[in-house]
Ligand binder design. Structure first.
Ligand SMILES: [Zn+2]
Length: 298
């Protein structure tokens, strides 16, 4: 599954949603500057602080950016690229397929977001749907456009390859997201704000668990939430925790997806036992090298 000296992988990903997450929830928010300022914080303050933190740890990450956010903040896109990070697709507006008027609008969202990001010098190979919402035809649309990976599904702890599209999936989960823990619902006031310590415990347990099982941890955070002064130390502690894990491969989502695709194209890897023993026992032939490739191959 992983490069030879690695036993698990972690990707740090950031969804740079800015105002679009609130507009995506309710078009009427587009005329509410107070509501939108929660997202503007991500562009004005949160993102520069996140970039500074990543630079300090010499870490490259993946930023999923809606097309409209890139149009509004082209200088921020330039800063992300200049720092060597990856940029992926995250809709044009921040609306998933379930909120769009069918395939025609989904195609238009995809193509507009691709055009905007390419014009700003990015070459997106990955797609994260707004709110991880997905349509039945989404994978085929991505494959038609040469997209390499999706980071949307919650059905595994290891990457896999969707068939027949050949799109690599880098699975996610709300557990390793900051929004469910930190996004305040100012419409209902029903969702409380959790403490960084509590969220740190949730993330640490999940990341350690995934590492122990040889999987992929995809941390999904948002500059408007994780970029608050009280939460940046949580991101830093999480980076330090991950970097200290034994044999962990920390890479961008794109690097991990390309590795997975190359392995899938190379075909099933020879088992460790077959490599070590020219004349395998009957038992070894019957059982595919436990723990080495189980469950990970497409
Ligand atoms: Zn988003």
């Amino acid at each position: 599954m992983w490069p030879a000296d690695k036993r698990a992988a972690v990707a740090f990903t950031f969804d740079f949603d800015a105002e679009e997450v609130w507009i995506g929830m309710d078009e009427a928010n587009a005329t509410r500057p107070g509501v939108l300022s929660q997202g503007a914080y991500g562009a004005k303050v949160g993102l520069p602080l996140v970039l500074e933190l990543l630079a300090r740890h010499e870490l490259t990450a993946t930023f999923f950016v809606p097309g409209r956010v890139a149009e509004r903040y082209p200088e921020r896109v330039a800063e992300i690229l200049a720092a060597g990070h990856e940029i992926g697709l995250h809709g044009y507006t921040h609306r998933g397929p379930g909120r769009l008027a069918g395939v025609t609008e989904e195609v238009s969202e995809l193509d507009r977001s691709l055009a905007v990001l390419r014009a700003l010098g990015a070459n997106p190979v990955g797609f994260r749907s707004p709110s991880w919402d997905f349509g039945e035809q989404t994978l085929a649309l991505l494959a038609e456009r040469g997209i390499v990976y999706s980071s949307n599904m919650m059905d595994d702890i290891r990457p896999y390859v969707h068939q027949p599209s050949g799109i690599v999936e880098l699975p996610v989960q709300w557990i390793l997201d900051d929004a469910p823990h930190f996004m305040f619902d100012n419409a209902s006031w029903e969702k409380t704000i959790r403490s960084p310590r509590e969220v740190g415990e949730i993330w640490e347990a999940e990341l350690r668990g995934i590492h122990a099982l040889g999987g992929l941890g995809v941390l999904t955070t948002h500059p408007q939430f994780i970029g608050r002064p009280g939460r940046l130390p949580l991101l830093e502690r999480t980076i330090e925790l991950v970097l200290a894990l034994e044999g962990v491969w920390v890479a961008t989502a794109g690097e991990i997806a390309r590795h997975v695709r190359a392995r899938a194209e190379a075909g099933p890897a020879p088992t460790a036992q077959a490599e070590a023993e020219p004349a395998p026992t009957a038992q070894a032939e019957a059982e595919p090298a436990p723990g080495k490739s189980a469950g990970a191959e497409p």
